[in-house]
Each structure stands twice: as structure tokens, then as C-alpha cells.
Design a binder for this molecule. Structure first.
Ligand SMILES: C[S@@+](CC[C@H](N)C(=O)[O-])C[C@H]1O[C@@H](n2cnc3c(N)ncnc32)[C@H](O)[C@@H]1O
Length: 217
């Protein structure tokens, strides 16, 4: 069974190779997709990046306000701090956040939503720490469309490199997380159930990747 400890351990172990590998599996597109996600948001106010990893989203963020990143993995956060000295990073769980009500104007999650163990708990927390009308932005893999091809790539041509870089069990975790990706329709339904109105959706890589912005209702 995958627990938060598993997630923390996997990302801590892979932290130093993470950026290189993410660029490889997204055909170098992740940088552009993250910028495009940020462009879909208003640039006012404090921004929180949940599951910030190596801090790439906050590094690119142009918001006028605080830039705060949280993650379960300390090694990831250390790399993030090296990249963005003016950003604030802390070890915290997106499902139980250490922030006051209405602290942020926007929350971003890049490749994190499908890794959350309890998405309902996260969405409740996101509602709480967002201001009225605050924005939640997600970038993630869509279950349908090209997902079988991505799984195929990771199961076959990329597998030897993946195992070499990360080890067999960590590689299995990444394939599992890809197989567990939600469809865009499921994501929209979960957001609606937790009081978010989806205002914009864009698709990338023939629909395999979605960028979505929802507003706290
Ligand atoms: C695939 S990485 C994405 C990193 C970064 N956002 C990016 O786009 O490169 C997922 C990150 O989410 C973090 N994470 C997963 N569940 C979390 C949770 N409940 N709270 C905080 N961080 C979490 C992991 O530790 C990992 O660093």
C-alpha cells in the first residue's frame, strides 16, 4: 500500500535526478507547461505551491506577493531553496496545512494531484487557506488519451534507464502513479463536490496533460 511515507521516501531518494528525468519524460515541455499554467492565473497576492518539489513553479512565478512552497520531502525542499532564495519553503502536508484561513490568493499543484493520498482532505484545506474567489491551478496527467502510450514508454523503452536512475521499486512507484491518474472529468467532479468552479481547462500533448484553473466558489 502506498502511504505518505512512501511518497516522501521516493521523492527524497530521487530528488537529485528529478529535474533531469522530468525533462526527459515530458520531451522538454514541462518548463513551458508550468509557465502556461502560471499565465492562466491572476498575478495578485500570495501564492502557495503544494508539492513544490525542486521549486520550479515558484521560481517561474511572477505574482506580487509571497511565494510559499510546501513538500513532504526535505531533500526536494533543499534543492528548491537553492534555486529560489526569495521563496519560502517548508516541510508540510498539503492535506493538513499550517496556514491561517484566507492566507493565499492562489494555489498551484504541478504533477502532484494524482500523488495525494486523500484528495478530499487536500481540497478542504485548499478552500480554507484560499481567500474568497481564490484560484486553484492544477497541471497533471489525464487518465485517458495518451496515457496507455506513456505507460508503454515507461514499461518498455524507458524502463532500463528508469531502473538505472531510480532503482526497481521507485520505478514501479512511478508507473503505479501514472496508472492511478484521474480522468479530467473525474478531477472536475471532485473539484465541484468540494466547492470549486472550474473556469479554464487547456490540454497539452494530444490531451495527455491538462492545465486547469478552478475558483473557490
Ligand atoms: C511529481 S513531484 C512534482 C514536483 C513539482 N511540483 C514539479 O512539478 O516538478 C510530486 C511532489 O509532491 C510531493 N507531495 C506528494 N504528496 C504531498 C503532500 N500530501 N503534501 C506535500 N507534498 C506532497 C512529493 O514529495 C513530490 O515532491
Amino acid at each position: 500500500m502506498i502511504t505518505k511515507k512512501t511518497v516522501e521516501d521516493v521523492f527524497s531518494v530521487v530528488s537529485k535526478k528529478y529535474d533531469f528525468f522530468l525533462n526527459l519524460v515530458t520531451f522538454g515541455k514541462i518548463d513551458l507547461w508550468q509557465r502556461e499554467l502560471l499565465d492562466m492565473l491572476s498575478h495578485e497576492g500570495n501564492r502557495l505551491d503544494v508539492g513544490t518539489g525542486t521549486g520550479e513553479v515558484l521560481l517561474k512565478s511572477q505574482n506580487r506577493g509571497l511565494r510559499v512552497g510546501i513538500d513532504l520531502s526535505l531533500p526536494m525542499l533543499r534543492l528548491a531553496k537553492e534555486k529560489c532564495k526569495v521563496c519560502h519553503f517548508l516541510a508540510a502536508d498539503g492535506e493538513n496545512m499550517p496556514f491561517k484561513e484566507g492566507s493565499f490568493s492562489s494555489i498551484t499543484l504541478s504533477l502532484v494531484f494524482r500523488h495525494l493520498i486523500n484528495r478530499k482532505a487536500f481540497l478542504g484545506e485548499a478552500r480554507r487557506v484560499l481567500k474568497e474567489g481564490g484560484e486553484l491551478a492544477l497541471l497533471d496527467i489525464n487518465r485517458f488519451s495518451l496515457k496507455p502510450i506513456l505507460v508503454f514508454l515507461m514499461e518498455f523503452p524507458l524502463k532500463p534507464l528508469g531502473i538505472l536512475l531510480f532503482g526497481r521499486d521507485k520505478w514501479a512507484f512511478f508507473i503505479h502513479s501514472l496508472q492511478n491518474a484521474l480522468s479530467l472529468e473525474e478531477v472536475k467532479r471532485e473539484l465541484k463536490e468540494e466547492g470549486f468552479n472550474v473556469v479554464e481547462v487547456q490540454r497539452r500533448l494530444f490531451g495527455a496533460v491538462y492545465l486547469l484553473v478552478a475558483r473557490k466558489g
